[in-house]
Design a protein. Structure first.
Ligand code: GLU
Length: 300
């Protein structure tokens, strides 16, 4: 039987304009997908209402920038804000408990942060009904999944097999918003995603998300976590690094930008996405990071 072509997705958060690091990851995902004859889906992760509102128009600019570079996607744009019922149903199907901890309490009780993430030590798991009642009067609870102290391993084409502890992570925030780790998994399962290309800052989230995928009846995807673009101090590229979005770089044509992105992926200065695709070696399965140096992308 022929292997099914893979389904990957790009999932921008419309809380800022895309910078060259985001666009580079998008190009990497597009290339890995197209090289495999797969489908490349587009999902706008717009659940953080306040931040989306503060970055007015970012979604339209994100999508226009991708199109301008020739990073065309398959099917309609999926928006998380239009899928709240799916997230609600998923939460209802999982073992959960209410959590009243403040960030500070978690910071004090948790082990050292891992990639900025602190594993939740389970403080609220065994509250009595009376204790929960009392705490509800002081603050609205977050909803956590009861993971039962699971560990889970994922396969990443770059990093290999990566195992991680699955803590009781948040599914619904105290303000009622569905959490990233929930929505991303519900959507990947529902959209039939089986290959996930994204920045390697999310590698440590993958075991947790793959575990949840399985709890929701899906099959964990294969991952391709792509090295980030960092500045010369080794910090991930951001606004502070100067002209890093297409809007900041009006003197560069889409071809000029693609040439930089493609070159930094080790494919030479291809000026169109099709040219970059043609430059992909047959065994190209992953991409490492890049450095932003003197206003240009360089290989590390
Ligand atoms: N929306 C996330 C971001 O912009 C990406 C999430 C994902 O690809 O899983 O960082």
């Amino acid at each position: 039987m022929e292997a099914m072509p893979l389904v990957d997705r790009y999932a921008p958060s419309p809380t800022a304009d895309l910078h060259l690091g985001n666009l580079r990851t998008a190009l990497a995902g597009w290339l890995l997908t197209r090289a495999a004859g797969g489908r490349w889906l587009m999902r706008v992760e717009d659940l953080d209402e306040a931040r989306v509102r503060a970055a007015s128009g970012a979604e339209a600019r994100n999508l226009a920038d991708l199109e301008r570079l020739g990073l065309h996607w398959d099917g309609d744009v999926v928006r998380q804000s239009e899928r709240l019922d799916l997230y609600r149903d998923a939460v209802a199907s999982l073992p959960t408990y209410e959590c009243f901890c403040t960030r500070r309490e978690i910071a004090e009780a948790a082990s050292a942060p891992h990639d900025g993430y602190r594993a939740y030590p389970g403080t609220c798991r065994s509250l009595t009904a009376a204790e929960r009642e009392e705490r509800r009067a002081t603050r609205p609870p977050a909803i956590r999944v009861d993971s039962g102290g699971a560990t889970f391993a994922v396969d990443d084409v770059h990093a290999g097999r990566v195992a991680g502890l699955v803590d009781d992570f948040v599914l619904v925030r105290g303000d009622g918003a569905f959490a990233y780790n929930l929505a991303v998994v519900v959507d990947d399962v529902e959209m039939g995603v089986d290959h996930i290309t994204r920045g390697d800052d999310l590698l440590s989230s993958a075991p947790r998300q793959a575990w949840l995928t399985q709890q929701l009846g899906g099959s964990p995807a294969t991952y391709a976590h792509i090295g980030l673009v960092v500045n010369e101090e080794g910090q991930r590229l951001a606004k502070r690094d100067g002209a890093v979005t297409l809007a900041d770089l009006p003197h560069l044509s889409p071809g000029d930008v693609l040439a930089q992105l493609s070159d930094s992926l080790g494919l030479g200065p291809a000026r169109t996405t099709e040219e970059a695709l043609a430059a992909m070696p047959g065994d190209q399965r992953f991409f490492s990071g890049a450095v932003w140096r003197e206003g240009g992308l360089a290989q590390p």
